[in-house]
Write a protein that binds this ligand. Sequence first.
Ligand SMILES: Cc1cc2nc3c(=O)[nH]c(=O)nc-3n(C[C@H](O)[C@H](O)[C@H](O)COP(=O)(O)OP(=O)(O)OC[C@H]3O[C@@H](n4cnc5c(N)ncnc54)[C@H](O)[C@@H]3O)c2cc1C
Length: 520
Amino acid sequence: MKAAAVDPARRAELTATAPRTREVVVVGAGIVGVCTAHALREAGLRVTVVEARQEVALETSFANAGRFCPTLLSTYPLSNPSTLKSLVSIKNLKTLVAPSRKGGDEQSQGPGSTSNPDAVALKSTGALPSTTELSLDVIRWGAHFVRGCTQKQTEAKNAIFRRLSHLCQDSTSALIAQFPNRAASVDLRFDNVWVYGSQEALEQGVQRAQKASGAGFKHWNQLSCQACISTFPFLESYFDKMIAQGMEPGCVAVLDDYTANAHKFTAEVRSLCERGPLPVRFHFGQRIRSVSETSAGSRRLRVVLTSSGDAGGVTTSTLEADHVVLCCGPSTNAVQRELGMTALPMVGLRGASIDLHGVEYGPRAGIADYVSGDLGFQLTPLEDGTVRLAGFADLIGDGSTPVTEAQCERYGTALKTRARLLFPHMTWTEESTPWSGVRPMTPDSLPYTGRAPGPLPNIWVNAGHGPVGWTMAAGTARILAHQLATADGLSYAGESDFLRYGLEREAPAFSPSRFLVFGH
Ligand SMILES: Cc1cc2nc3c(=O)[nH]c(=O)nc-3n(C[C@H](O)[C@H](O)[C@H](O)COP(=O)(O)OP(=O)(O)OC[C@H]3O[C@@H](n4cnc5c(N)ncnc54)[C@H](O)[C@@H]3O)c2cc1C
């Protein structure tokens, strides 16, 4: 039977009234941007990702410590009375902000330090001289941080983190379950151990684990020195060294957290984005330059991009969309300024890592070494006999201070020195060049996930994931996608599952405008 021809006028009328698929441009293809693109696509939007680099996850998400740590996250925020107490120590404040000619190793010895090399090495934080200038932005950030350190604020924020950690754990597992070759792509390891050098520090670690238990992360054990050595025999030499110095080491084994390579995870999520209906488009090597309305009063946006051509020239292109989401990690502030928007309170905490390949006699579990202090050194076994060493938390103001090659080398040397202290017999056949990345820190540890302040209502932000961006990326992506879809009146398949966590009610706590009432 021949189909009846549709009258062209009627066709035009139908097209005009048919619901158009809403379009969104995500800026930044780090772990947060790629997870956000995936969640928006799942909510039924057509997504384009724009990334300055040539691949996904080449900035902060490239070589982080690889800890997926909902247990730790459920005990957040970092702004709490005990952090404040330890920061108020003049020595700590000086280490954090005062420009210094001395290296951190020298500082950490302090007056009356012993010349015993093991004792010095055990206490060394390996921190580099601070590069932070006390700018007005850093002072304002600090003021917001301190305001959040009351018991009441801490408890209110912790109630959110407890639910957020479950959303993050479930959302990440759901993504990993869709990876075609899970074992080869993200080699998850569930053995993790927090190591302490004194009974007092161990007690604090146990309190943290008990707090996590209350949030539902119950799989952990406190291990005495002997129990720790029999469970993790590769730690024996390190423990012997501490005992010889009169220390009382102990550890907490944490089984709900795991380690995996965040860069590989992001690449797998990108593949998911490109498969199935409404495949996400990725534009690499392009930077966002401006966003404006397509015409006065219109809710459509014109996004101008530039890319560097092979011949060195700059090419300009434009995209149109209903929404733009900024996921630029530690550069989010700089990008907002460039776009003429209000920059949000955010500082950078620089850290570093180095990969050792072909490792023998090294760690066979993820180790968070808190012996020299709360910041910790991380030793993470990854795939194919690789061990990643990571650490440091150097405050660098707005996050834009570039790292020098010499600084990177010093980070690498300090990390290897620390690893040799733990594993004197460890050997490796090759090593990567040391890597450095910047954790984008908000004052209250919650990321900025929601509508950006400014005259254009359809610009959004998902950034500021601090030291736990690998852990929070998939969960916060769903929070952002839910807010944006709801603003457009869309309901979507995964909505009722998302609502189980009750986080849609917490939009003000995640709002990028939450500190602006104080005049930032
Ligand atoms: C040493 C270290 C160890 C860490 N360890 C852990 C850990 O064990 N567990 C954990 O959960 N988290 C960890 N983190 C934190 C985690 O790595 C970060 O929170 C996370 O990677 C941030 O991801 P992001 O996507 O927001 O930022 P990024 O990965 O930096 O992505 C931002 C992207 O935006 C792009 N971009 C910027 N400006 C523009 C522009 N104008 N136009 C287009 N694109 C632009 C950048 O090129 C970049 O690709 C660690 C961080 C560090 C530094």
